[in-house]
Design a protein around this ligand. Sequence first.
Ligand SMILES: Nc1ncnc2c1ncn2[C@@H]1O[C@H](COP(=O)(O)OP(=O)(O)OP(=O)(O)O)[C@@H](O)[C@H]1O
Ligand SMILES: [Mg+2]
Length: 406
Amino acid sequence: MSKLKNLNEEQKAQLIVEKKVALAKYREHLKELALHQKKENKKRKKRHREISKLIKNDRANQKNYKKEFLEVKKESLKNIDERIKKINEWYDGVDKTKSVEKHYNKLIKKAKQPTFDFDGDIVFENVSYTYSKGSPFEFRALDGTDITIKKGKITAVIGMTGSGKSTLIQLTNGLMISETGRTIIGNYSLYAATKKIKEVKDLRREIGLVFQFPEYQLFQDTIEKDISFGPINLGAEKEATLKRVPELLRMVDLPEDYAKRSPFDLSGGQKRRVAIAGIVAMDGDTLVLDEPTGGLDPQGEEDFMKLFYNLNREKNKRIIIVTHNMDHVLQIADEVIVMHKGRVISVGNPFEIFSNFELLRTIEIEPPKLYKLAYKLKEKGIDITKHNFRTVEQLATAIKAAKERK
Ligand SMILES: Nc1ncnc2c1ncn2[C@@H]1O[C@H](COP(=O)(O)OP(=O)(O)OP(=O)(O)O)[C@@H](O)[C@H]1O
Ligand SMILES: [Mg+2]
């Protein structure tokens, strides 16, 4: 007010006009905002209807998937008598002490349950997943994806942040179930209409998953208990499992005397090591690792890549690794799955993927260092991008060959 007092009539009038203009602009802005929100809401509702329709249209397939799965289950129950006979033969003449009896009963119980082969290819058929369905935050993270992750191979899943990598891999061990289609793991099937995963223990034992943020995975009061929790919970002998802890600690490069320490006092990288040891302890056929080397120093990263590689080549474990580190992908992957906006947009060996510059540009991912060099050389007239190389030595050989060709 005091300011206004000092103004002459003309200035006052000018100020009032300016205020009116500002108010009109603000109202216009609010109107635009409301219009934008309305449009967004309309789009969201349309998308929601589309998703609901896709799910509804898939219901007929679900019936068939269920039927097929029940057939496999039935088939696996055919040889129950034979399995029981074998166990009885094994225990014939053995003194039935209390602990033997306990073990025997456990085996008989298991023999009566269906068995599955989780080792075969993992096939995603039209899998999709929507977070916070029906809410304003609804987000379709997987959008009708088809892809096969082969048995016994190292497969890397790459793509920009938010492309659906973590969502996809969590379908492999039933942490999530897709809302359409199915995930086939060997001869086991998780179809969208699955209500309860009865074989969840077998599935989790065979397909061990290390989360992107493994700190959420550790919850016991000692590291030893954390590492052995998975196997014991899934039916392994307690004593035998605890005995393996020092070896597992060594494997992930942690001192053996850490066994009795609390996992909560560890650094991020060390927690990751414990989580990985816990998954290796389960001794399943598949290890699924979501950004396993976050928080580790370069040497630690390198060591883990070697460990995963050796587990694959020496113990025939299937490794599925989500990573943003393309050097690691080039170093160890047999196959690369490229995700973009909830879909798989490309799949191939690392050489096919990294020599495809357009693809890398689409997913906004920088090539591995060796390929960066190769692209630079290409600009200078030496094209080795179609050669296959994983190491500096192989790259040098490719350059030599390219120069000799010239
Ligand atoms: N719990 C959730 N609630 C809502 N949206 C989610 C949730 N989890 C993931 N999303 C969304 O789904 C999309 C895919 O997420 P996802 O975690 O699979 O991506 P990502 O490829 O693993 O990404 P990053 O490389 O960052 O780990 C992202 O846009 C993400 O924001
Ligand atoms: Mg992720």
